[in-house]
Design a protein around this ligand. Structure first.
Ligand SMILES: C[S@@+](CC[C@H](N)C(=O)[O-])C[C@H]1O[C@@H](n2cnc3c(N)ncnc32)[C@H](O)[C@@H]1O
Length: 446
């Protein structure tokens, strides 16, 4: 790819059906998007062109690759007019790897873009944002969880992320977002699998890097023989890995292959050992901001409800202040881990857990009225059914943590219609160089 400095007219170029467009915005997936008026002379009935590694304001030449409805996805061939916000990516694998999307923008512009594009969604939805302090940047904090793809062929093994929109595994070379400990664990498990698993093995390797060590969940397409499993276990005993578990696609059951000692994490003085593959906030920095915000708002509450609680990340520290907690999640093993951790330190029996599918069986508003604070941290799809019940309740305060601005906005509208007001709002950058954000909003019943 070369960079030219003169601007050309925006039109289809005459040869090889390349498109020449001006990039107007960045899409949810991180692609630059330009627009075209369909022309009779072209074989495309399109109006949007999506191009990775481009920035708003840039004039680029694009090789169309794939058409989806009225959108065409293309490869960048040439930057005719570069953006002043462009920088060379810091990671050597960036142009191929699908893990990051915005490393070609300089850091300050990237933070500004992340903030503004999120705020724009709120403005369009007419949700008023109070006390906004700006986007909280991760200050170089690295991620401690990742999901890698692994493949063993006759010739060699591969580990890395999928190249965007393909199944090709891109090996990481100089990754700038994952923590050094996580990258070390990745390399260790790669070497073990490369030695031990048979040709043709494909798996997803989920690594949660706790302070006490790496916790690995392998999800394989095909059965691993007992011999392979015990080979992995004896190999792992000479590594720093804490635990290796195995699951098969479509099955929830996990088998323990190897354990040095259970990996653990400490929240509010409670040592919790989350189950394999458990949700973990991606950075320690992000986790602490969320915990501190909830702690300072709820430390004097009587009884709080932690919905989509996982193993208690966001409410465990409230137990130290004698706040009663009821934690609900559909993940039995996460709730057990929370309860077992608490049982080791409890002075009073303040924690109750309930296994519940909050999408199909939300807690009803009459029950919610028993609490003086609700914490809610649903998956990306949001919590529509549960939010409708909260909106009908008289619980005075709701703190909503979300990794998806669109579902947060949809749910916020329901709360606002139900008489809640957004009192505090923060955007965190837990996912550096990607389009993902973390939101924490505090609502009060008026
Ligand atoms: C974003 S994680 C948050 C976990 C925890 N609050 C934390 O900060 O670590 C979402 C949680 O929702 C749970 N979950 C997903 N679908 C659910 C459902 N239908 N009903 C209840 N819990 C669900 C998952 O098990 C997971 O623990």
């Amino acid at each position: 790819m070369k960079i030219k400095s003169q601007v050309k007219e925006l039109t289809f170029s005459n040869k090889k059906l390349d498109l020449q467009i001006k990039i107007q915005r960045i899409s949810k997936k991180g692609n630059g998007v330009g627009f075209l008026t369909p022309q009779k002379s072209t074989p495309f009935d399109i109006n949007e062109v999506h191009v990775p590694n481009t920035l708003p304001g840039e004039v680029v030449r694009v090789k169309p690759k794939e058409k989806l409805g009225k959108k065409v996805f293309g490869d960048l061939i040439e930057i005719i007019l570069p953006s002043p916000h462009r920088q060379p990516p810091k990671c050597n694998s960036y142009l191929n790897c699908g893990g990051c999307q915005i490393q070609h923008m300089n850091y300050n512009s990237y933070l500004e873009w992340k903030k503004e594009s999120t705020l724009e969604l709120f403005q369009k939805s007419n949700i008023e944002i109070p006390n906004f302090v700006g986007l909280i940047a991760s200050e170089g904090q690295k991620r401690r969880r990742a999901s890698f793809k692994f493949k063993r062929t006759k010739e060699r093994s591969y580990i890395g992320f999928h190249k965007s929109r393909t199944n090709q595994i891109i090996q990481l070379n100089g990754c700038v977002v994952l923590s050094a400990d996580l990258l070390y664990t990745k390399q260790e498990i790669f070497e073990g699998l490369d030695k031990i698993v048979p040709n043709g093995t494909e798996m997803v390797i989920q690594v949660n890097q706790y302070e006490t060590g790496g916790d690995i969940l392998l999800t394989s397409d095909r059965e691993l023989s007992n011999k392979t499993q015990s080979g992995l276990a004896s190999w792992a005993s000479n590594t720093k890995i804490k635990r290796i578990s195995l699951g098969y696609k479509g099955e929830s059951e996990k088998r323990l292959i190897y354990q040095d000692s259970p990996p653990s994490i400490t929240w509010g003085g409670i040592e919790i050992s989350p189950p394999p593959g458990s949700f973990l906030q991606p950075t320690i920095f992000g986790e602490e901001i969320l915990q501190n915000q909830i702690f300072s708002a709820y430390k004097n509450k009587r009884h709080c409800l932690d919905l989509f609680s996982g193993a208690g990340t966001l409410s465990a520290n409230l137990l130290t202040q004698k706040v009663r907690i009821t934690a609900c999640d559909n993940h039995r093993d996460c709730l057990n881990a929370f309860r077992l951790g608490y049982q080791k330190v409890k002075q009073n029996n303040l924690l109750k857990t309930e296994i519940r599918n909050l999408v199909t069986a939300p807690l009803i508003s009459d029950f919610l009225n028993n609490f003086d604070g609700i914490i809610l941290d649903p998956p990306r799809s949001g919590a529509n059914a549960q939010i409708k019940q909260i909106a009908k309740s008289i619980c005075p305060s709701v703190i909503y943590v979300s990794c998806n601005a669109i579902s947060f906005i949809n749910d916020a509208k329901i709360l606002i219609e139900g008489g809640y007001r957004l009192k505090d709002f923060k955007i965190l950058d837990q996912f550096s160089w990607t389009t993902h954000i973390e939101i924490i909003g505090t609502f009060q019943k008026e």
